[in-house]
Design a protein around this ligand. Sequence first.
Ligand SMILES: [Zn+2]
Ligand SMILES: [Zn+2]
Length: 186
Amino acid sequence: MSDLINSKTAIYLVILILFFVILILVATIGALLYVFTKGQKNLALGPVFDSKNEVEDVQNRASCFFHENSFSQGLCAICEKSLCENCVKANDKLIFCPEHYITFLNNTWLKLETIKTTPETPLEGIVLYSFKQDIWQKKQTPTYLVTHYTINVENDLIESYVTLFVRQQDLENLKEKFLSTKPLSH
Ligand SMILES: [Zn+2]
Ligand SMILES: [Zn+2]
């Protein structure tokens, strides 16, 4: 009889333990669901913040000069306007806006000056760049720069050669102008 009571008690105990286990499981699942749905709410908010950042990105990132809703893919080598993928006209090394691509194709371009820069003299090329900007801003004279990199095997330095190209008809005039504005370094 006592054996029977003991076994009955044991069964009750097992049922009780199972009941508690199920209770804990349900509570855990409930808690997990709560956290999950809350997390999902946060996730739902996430993209809102992200798109806010994207809006800021759009504002920070340059847009096309011609299409303010399109991202800039690069600058025209002549006028330096930002260009989207629809506006970019390219030859193998340079990109141009539609107008200056025609300018590029319709003219003979000659080298005005090449300046070599090395890691020790990285700013040498700026002389050419500021000259280019100056004549563009003052006279809308189209010119473009080409940078060519080489590795000097002897001393393992990366050297760059910055060359300013000008239209054939501008060469003499600009050469004179460049020599007169160029600071005499040697
Ligand atoms: Zn242009
Ligand atoms: Zn565009």
